[in-house]
Design a protein around this ligand. Sequence first.
Ligand SMILES: Nc1ncnc2c1ncn2[C@@H]1O[C@H](COP(=O)(O)OP(=O)(O)OP(=O)(O)O)[C@@H](O)[C@H]1O
Length: 552
Amino acid sequence: MDRLGRLLLLSELRVRNAAYDVSLSRSLLSWKRRVSSPVYHPFRPSMCHSVPVSEIISVREEEEENVSKQIDDEGSWKKIREGERKDCRQTFTVSYVERCRQHRWRCAEVTFTCPDRVLCQSWVSSIREQLASITSRPKHLLIYINPYGGKRQGKRIYEQKVAPLFAHAGILTHVIITEHANHARDHLRTNAELKKFDGVVCVGGDGMFSEIIHGLIWRTQINSGIDVNCPDETLTPCSLRIGIIPAGSTDCICFATVGTNDPVTSALHIIVGDSQPMDVCSVHHNNSFLRYSVSLLGYGFYGDVLTDSERKRWMGPARYDFSGLKMFLTHNYYEGTVSYLPAKGIMGTPRDAARCRTGCVVCQHNGQKAEKYELDETSDCESDGEWRTIRGKFLAINAASMSCACPRSPKGLSPAAHLADGTTDLILVRKCSRFNFLRHLLRHTNKDDQFDLNFVEVHRVVRFRFTPRHCQSDSDLELDLLDNSKSQIFSQICRDHPACGCAPAYSSWNCDGDILTHMAIDVRVHCQLIKLFARGIEKPQVFEDLSNPCAL
Ligand SMILES: Nc1ncnc2c1ncn2[C@@H]1O[C@H](COP(=O)(O)OP(=O)(O)OP(=O)(O)O)[C@@H](O)[C@H]1O
């Protein structure tokens, strides 16, 4: 009775000439085939379907141009105008999200035939009312297309796969095709009339996404009177959500937040108004702002691979494999000091088996905690004196603010990292043999724990700093010398005399695929600073439950 009480409509309608009981509640549209025979068919797939109202894209009555035709007395075809024939405008079609394999979404349709026109209109208006009550859906989007990203297909992908879906869902768009690098970032910083829009969409790769966040975050801080050059400032979260239509060569952010790099899936997540908060790291050098990062900050191995691969752009995507192999064989290591503030009182560790997925409880819990933490002025991080310091020689220093999983590396650099828990996983790979480093790298591709090696350590942190050895103060250097007198003196001599062929003194930072010009950096995580039109990667049970509608 309670369940029936929540029903808005219940009718017997026809789907492809078969009778169905169709019901609409505030949360669900269901259609269940009427069974004449009492025999139960557990494996008949089309018996019962359910679609959450939140995943209905649109509803439409049969279009007027599709007026019926019939043969007149003289044997010729004659158009039947609206109202002249009993079943005209008695059908309505619902478009909805259908889940396919590997987190892909598709737009499916079902057409219902009603016994009369009044009932048909009642169904259409009831479904429309429910859709209109979903306030999280965007109505007006600002879209930037990079025509040169990836395989230069951005414009075609948008026009052929995405624009028709947005039109179908009644979303208005303002499209800008970028004319040069940083066009989107600068437009967002200055000219864009952001109040008119419910979201910003980029059609391109990770580089385009980075432009969008730099423009939006900068504008939001300036509007709030925040000094972006001060690393201690608490940043204001951006109100506009960001959508990513993947059309680049890497598309890691899209993969990490949606689970697949598919333009149609991303467009559908935007249409249904999904929202996925995301942490952003600010990177400063000497109290001056350098960049924002959402995925990987890597010094040493990953910095060198990027620097080398940038010089080989002509090789296409193969440059990453080539430079990866080259840097592995070169086996450079770097000396310096890493200081970090461990995340306090949070749920989760970098060694957890659980992964960040849709509705992640770790992100919810730690996100609320971070909010309180930032409001509580007395808990100022620096004055706590809880900084920890590690000096040494490193093959790689990585900070992963998300798993950094991508089709090439499905586990990612830090498989248990979270999208929105206010922390980053600081991974330190100390100097070791090539063989051991290879063991570590290979573990990114198999089931073994890449952190379970004595030369690797991982810490979940809220802030960290790195100073390369040649930038360390005299007192720090003296400390180092006392620690390891002979070998340190020898390496100092080598650094001063590069001709001897020892490791170079410094690497560069790979910041989400961009090279940073400074090595000494101060990195702070800003919990849930931005939101994406995404929902994280869905858990397998969700997928299975929805493909088995009777389980709902
Ligand atoms: N019209 C343009 N002309 C040249 N460069 C542009 C233009 N629009 C954007 N860009 C720049 O192109 C870079 C790469 O773009 P994008 O990320 O879309 O493609 P990509 O091939 O996947 O690159 P990435 O390796 O960063 O993923 C971005 O950093 C962006 O600043």
